[in-house]
Design a protein around this ligand. Sequence first.
Ligand code: PLP
Length: 381
Amino acid sequence: MADNKRILLCLAHMSGQEMKYIQEAFDTNWVVPLGPNVNAFEEDLEKLCGQGKKVVALSAGTAAIHLALVKLGVGRDDEVICQSMTFSASANPVTYQGGVPVFVDSEADTWNIDPNLLEDAIKDRIAKTGRKPKAIIPVYLYGMPAKIDDIMEVARRYEIPVVEDSAEAFGSRYRGQLCGTFGDYGIMSFNGNKMITTSGGGALICPDEEAKKKIMFYATQSREPLPYYLHKEIGYNYRMSNICAGIGRGQMTVFEEHLAHHKHLCDRYVELFADVDGIDVHTNYDERSDSNYWLNTILIDPAKTGTDYETVRQHLETCNIESRPLWKPMHTQPVFSGAPAYVNGVSEHLFSMGLCLPSGPWVSDEDVERVAREIIACCKK
Ligand SMILES: *Cc1c(COP(=O)(O)O)cnc(C)c1O
C-alpha cells in the first residue's frame, strides 16, 4: 500500500518557538532547575487557570501528586481514595508516603469516579477503620471531565481534601472552568505524549501563594532560608529545569490550536462511526462537559460488531496504525492486590471493550479516515 506511513497514538509536536527560549537559557547560562523560563512558564499556566490560582512547575506530574500528598500530611497507613480506572501514576505516590490507596470505580458516562460510590466508600472506611481517608484523587480520564461538582460536594461534606489528577485533561473544562482548578490541588503533566510537552515535566496548581511557597520548599530539598544548609523536614528534588520550561513556553504558543485539532479529530471519528452499530466514540456526556479529547477512545461491542478490541488492535498494527487498550483498572493490578476497592463493574467492562485511537496534531483527516476504514473492515457486515 502506498499510503502506509505509521500513524502514532499521540506524538509531541513542536511549535518552532521552543528553540528561542532554550537558546535564551543557554545564552544567559540558566541551565539549572530554576530560572526565567520556569517563572514565565508558571505565569502562562497561572493565566490559563485564572481565579488567583498559583502554579509550581515540577519535574513530572507524578511528582506533583506526591508533593500534594506530602503537603496534605498523608503518612504511614493513611488511606487515600483513588479512581481505579486510571494510569498507575495516580496511585503510586500514595504508596511513596507509606499510605494505602482505596480504589473506587467509575460511572458509565464519564468513565471517572462515581460520586455515589465515592460516598459509600468514605462511609465504609470510617466504619471499618474509625478514620476518614486523608485525600481524594479523582481523574479526568483521556481528558473527559469528571462530575467534579458532585465529587466536591461529597468531599466538602466529609471535609476531605481533593487532589485533581488533570494530567490528561490540560485545557478541558467543566461548566467553563478549567479542570484542575476545582479542588484543593490539581496536577498537570507535560510528558512527551500529553496535550503539551516539556519533554518530561508537570505542575501543581495551588490554592494560594502560601501553598505555592511550601510546595517550592519541598521541591527544593526543604532547605531552610539560611546561609548554611539547615533541614527540618524531608525534601525532594522535583523542580522543573529551565531548559524544559523553555519547551513549555514554546508549546503554550500553539496550545489552543492543538486543542482545537484534538476536538476536530473527535468530530471526524464520530462522523465516520455514525452508521456502525456497536462502535461508540466516547464524547462529552452533557453541556457542562468540554473534553480536550487528548486521546479519542471507542468502545467495541463484540455482540454487535462480531469483533473485539484486541482483534482490532492487532489488525491496526498490521496496517501500521498504533492503538492501545484502555487503562487496566488499578483494583485488578497485581501490585495493588491488597488494596481495598469499591467496584460496580463499570471500569472492568470498559477495559474489556475499549481502544484508544490516534489523536493529536500529527494526525490528519486522511489518517482518521484510514483508521476508521480499517476498524470497520474488522466488523461483520
Ligand atoms: C501521565 C499521567 C500521570 C503522570 O504524569 P507524569 O508527568 O508522566 O509523571 C498521572 N496521572 C495520569 C492519569 C496520567 O495520565
